[in-house]
Design a protein. Sequence first.
Length: 341
Amino acid sequence: MGNKTKRMKEAAYYISNPDGTVVCVLCPHRCKIDEAKCGRCRSRMNRGGHLYSLAYARICAMHADPMEKKPLFHFLPGATCFSIASAGCNLSCLNCQNWSVSQVSPMEIPSQTLLPEDCVRLAKKYGCRAVAYTYTEPLTYLEYVRDCASACQEAGLKNVLVTAGYVNEAPLRDLLPFIDAVNIDLKSFSDEVYRKVSRVRLQPILDTLLAMRDAGVWIEITHLLIPTVNDNEQDFRAMCCWLVTNGFADSPLHISRFFPRYRLQQLEPTPLETLLVAKQIAEEEGLRFVYIGNTSLPDVGNTYCPRCGKRLVRREGYCVSQAGFVGVCPFCGTSIPGWWT
C-alpha cells in the first residue's frame, strides 16, 4: 500500500502575504497563519510563506463500510464503500464522536501513506463500489479528496462525501464534479447554536447545500437532535421548511439520536418521543423520506412509498432487503428518487 514516508503537499486556496504569513481561503475561517503554524483545522501549515497540507495521503483510518453507515439510504443500498480519513476538522463540535482523530493534527496520531492510485486499488480489492471520504472533515484535505475522487472516477468507482459542509464556494466548485453522493451534517437551523456548539456559522453550510443541489449531487442530510441544545421544535420546523422550499423535499433526512460524547457528557440521550415528534414535524413540512438513526425503534429505517405507503426497502441495522426494488414502487408506479442499482 505504499511506503511510510510522511508527505507534505503544497495546498491550494491560499494567499501569501509580504510579511511571511499566509491566509487560507479554503473555508470561511480564512485563517491567517504564521510561519510553522497551522490553521484551526490543524492540518494546513505555513512553511516559508507557502501553505502545505499535512493531511495529504496521510490516512489515519480506513474501513470497508456498508453504504448505510454513512448514512446513505437511497444511494446504492447494500453496497460496500471504502471509507478513508485523515486527521483534522475545521469545526470544534462539543459533541464530536470522533474527537480523537478530528481534533488533532495529522502529525499527532499514527497514519499510513495512501496515494490516490492505492486508494483505487484497495477499494477494488475489497469489492467496494465507492470510496467514502468520512469520519473527520474531508473538506480540510480537499486537495487529496479531489485527487482520489478523480482517480476513482476514472476507474469506474463512485465517490461519497460525508461532511459538515463548512467550505468556501471556489474550492467546493472544484471538487463537486467528482462527487456522486453526499451526506451533509446539518447540525441546527440556529446560527447561535452553530457558533456555541461548533464555532462556525450556519449560512456557509446552507450555501454548500445549494451548491451541491445545483451540481446534481445526490444529497442526504443528517440532523443530530441534542437535548437542550438543538431540540427546539420551532427551529426544527423552520429547518424542514427551508429544505422543502429550496428543493430538498426528496433528500432523505436522517434524524439521529444523541448519546453523551466528548464535552457534552453531562447531557442525557435524546428521548425517543422527541425523535418521533421530529419525524412527524418533518413529514408535515413536506419532507418525503424521513428516517431515525442511532436507535432500535422498529420500522424507522425502512423506505416507504410516499404515495401509497407500501414498504419498499426493509432495513435492520445495516442489513438491507430490497426484494427487487429498483426505484419505482411496484404497487402504484411512483418513482422513488435515488440511485437504486
